[in-house]
Design a protein around this ligand. Structure first.
Ligand code: ADP
Ligand code: 5GP
Length: 214
């Protein structure tokens, strides 16, 4: 019911949507909901050198690779962007974006603030959303409750969060994840709005204008 069917011309390319947030803000929770609401949206599966968490699957959540493989990919210019986040390497492969864009599908990138900067420079048409936790204390509570990271890792993520959070002015949209249902609704509204941006509708508008003759 949430999927908005927007007619696209044969030449329409999908949009690139970037979502960033300090770790623990609820980005994965919200992203999962968004993907369920829009089956037509692709998810960009990143490469990372960090170890899989319980329940994470190779090729679905990430492509888990060694440092050696990751560095070879950097040398071969296979990444649109890459960054060192919390001591591990993460990157988005060009191949991921190309496949979605050629199919005219919108694609969602869950990447950090450093990756967002690189995407902004290289792909100026990308639209970005920053998710904020309601407060530092609530972020800490969520990270501890998730039980997926060791205490030192949580401390490192909280320290980084204080720096990341100051980058909110670089984003197109801001969503505070206080009540998850409200934040999810806001994200759905953003995806719908992106689909109606002029560049995404221009082909259709031209077709309609051509029916006016003169
Ligand atoms: P991220 O992907 O940003 O690191 P997660 O989606 O893993 O964060 O969420 C971190 C923890 O907070 C999880 O245990 C999740 O269930 C919980 N959480 C997410 N959103 C909310 C919310 N709005 N209110 C309370 N808890 C939340
Ligand atoms: P996690 O280890 O919790 O899955 O992710 C840690 C951080 O790395 C998150 O902020 C996430 O958005 C970011 N991240 C995941 N994939 C990429 C990527 O391909 N590039 C960049 N720059 N960051 C990424």
């Amino acid at each position: 019911m949430n999927e908005v069917r927007v007619p696209k011309t044969a030449t329409a390319r999908g949009s690139i949507l970037v979502i960033s947030a300090p770790s623990g803000s609820g980005k994965s929770t919200l992203t999962r909901r968004l993907m369920r609401a829009f089956p037509g949206l692709s998810f960009s599966v990143s490469y990372t050198t960090r170890a899989p968490r319980a329940g994470e699957k190779q090729g679905r959540d990430y492509f888990f690779v060694s440092q050696k493989v990751f560095k070879r990919m950097i040398a071969r210019h296979e990444f649109v962007e890459w960054a060192d986040v919390y001591g591990h390497l993460y990157g988005t492969a060009h191949r991921q974006l190309q496949a979605a864009q050629e199919a005219g599908r919108d694609i969602l990138l869950d990447i950090d603030v450093q990756g967002h900067r690189q995407v902004r420079q290289r792909l100026p048409g990308a639209v970005s959303v920053f998710i904020l936790p309601p407060s530092f204390r609530e972020l800490e509570r969520r990270l501890r409750r998730r039980h997926s990271d060791a205490p030192e890792e949580i401390a490192r993520r909280l320290h980084t969060a204080s720096q990341e959070i100051s980058r909110w002015p670089e984003y197109d949209y801001l969503v505070v994840n206080d009540r998850v249902a409200d934040a999810a609704q806001a994200l759905r509204a953003i995806v719908r709005a992106v689909r109606f941006r002029r560049p995404n509708q221009a082909g259709r508008a031209r077709q309609i204008v051509s029916t006016f003759g003169g």
